[in-house]
Design a binder for this molecule. Structure first.
Ligand code: ASP
Length: 320
């Protein structure tokens, strides 16, 4: 917001915003320190859209680069392509002077090792089954974990076990609008923890994890990326706004489409979480979550020139 108030470009401002979290080793859902894939290697996804020039760029499953959002912008600015993935994305970043680094922190490495241990448990998270199969929670096998990791405290082990059996989804979608009415957006993530190497979620996909049309507004998503891809959520929300829906109705309609893909079967939907965020060109905004929070509302962050604040998401189903 400080950058926007000083007249910076709307895309530079949102990228600078998400860079703070991408570079934070303690955040395990985005950038450096993000939880890794099955092989213990973090792979990051990001895309950007610059409203005024109507251009976009993306990287998928990029390794070794802490700030994938900046590389997505480089793809947009310096190539004829929209998306570069995998090894090619890392090589592209290095061509522009970025250093390849180990993105695994001690914390994310521990969580990965605990996930490996969890595979011996019948309730373990496993990528090689369909979403229809049931996962059941199990008490933390603290005794066994303490023997395996004697130097790690109980709270950290409990955290790591929770991540092992409920792999984290965590992403940032950040949308901006300045006084001139210019808009931009970025989405960045380390994706689904313990994913099969090469898995790409919705976050780098223009039309899913992010879509923005300078004439209408922007939208993005967090949560189970596969569900978003199935309904092209970002694009759906923006098109809904184009046809006159308020951002609240636009995100609710996207949530209903996710639900419809499961015939509105709440017992199946209970295993998913997904959110959509929408910012209209006139500054109206909303966010919607498939499920309400169990105790506190699911929230999104807003700054419209003053202090940052949280606002509650609308939701389709009540949890708990
Ligand atoms: N949507 C991201 C993905 O599926 C994860 C997330 O939002 O947490 O990769």
């Amino acid at each position: 917001m400080e950058m926007l108030q000083q007249g910076a470009d709307t895309l530079d401002a949102v990228i600078a915003g998400v860079n703070i979290v991408e570079l934070d080793p303690n955040d395990t859902s985005v950038g450096y320190g993000g939880l890794p894939n099955e092989d213990g290697v973090p792979e990051l996804d990001s895309c950007v859209t610059h409203g005024p020039t109507r251009r976009c760029g993306a990287v998928g499953a990029i390794r070794g680069i802490k700030t994938p959002s900046k590389i997505a912008k480089l793809v947009m600015d310096h190539t004829t392509h929209v998306m570069i993935v995998g090894e090619g994305a890392t090589r592209f970043a290095k061509a522009y002077g970025y250093k390849e680094e180990d993105l695994l922190t001690e914390k994310s490495r521990l969580a990965w090792l605990v996930w490996k241990q969890s595979l011996r448990s019948p309730s373990a998270f496993n990528n090689w089954i369909s979403m229809d199969q049931n996962l059941t929670a199990e008490n933390v096998p603290l005794k066994r974990l303490k023997e395996a990791f004697p130097d790690v405290d109980e709270n950290t082990l409990a955290w790591a076990w929770d991540k092992a059996i409920h792999p984290t989804y965590g992403t940032i979608n950040c949308l901006s609008l300045n006084e001139k009415g210019e808009m931009s957006g970025v989405t960045t993530t380390s994706g689904l923890a313990w994913k099969i190497p090469g898995r790409v979620g919705d976050s780098p996909i223009i039309g899913a994890g992010l879509f923005l049309d300078q004439d209408v507004g922007g939208a993005g998503s967090t949560g189970v990326g596969e569900e978003n891809i199935r309904i092209a959520g970002g694009h759906t929300v923006v098109e809904n706004m184009r046809h006159g829906m308020h951002p609240k109705d636009a995100v609710m309609d996207a949530l209903k489409r996710v639900s419809r893909n499961y015939n509105d079967d709440k017992s199946k939907l209970a295993k998913l979480d997904i959110q959509f965020y929408a910012l209209r060109k006139d500054g109206e905004h909303a966010a919607g979550s498939l499920w309400s929070g169990a105790k506190t509302p699911v929230q999104y962050s807003v700054n419209d020139g003053g202090d940052s604040r949280h606002e509650p998401c609308v939701f389709l189903y009540r949890r708990g």
